[in-house]
Design a protein. Sequence first.
Length: 63
Amino acid sequence: MEKKKELKITQIKSAIGYRGKTVKTIEALGLGKIRKTVILPDNPAIRGMINKIPHLLKVEELS
């Protein structure tokens, strides 16, 4: 069985001063503080959220 890919997402910059939509996206990813890290499945919904705010995140692929 193929193992699902996962993404390690770390917030590297504060969302202060950005639109409310950006803050909601950060919260939807389970982040909210600088250097907080979450591991989420690699799927189109998560990739879409990452693509909206790449300047605030560091993303690593886990196998």
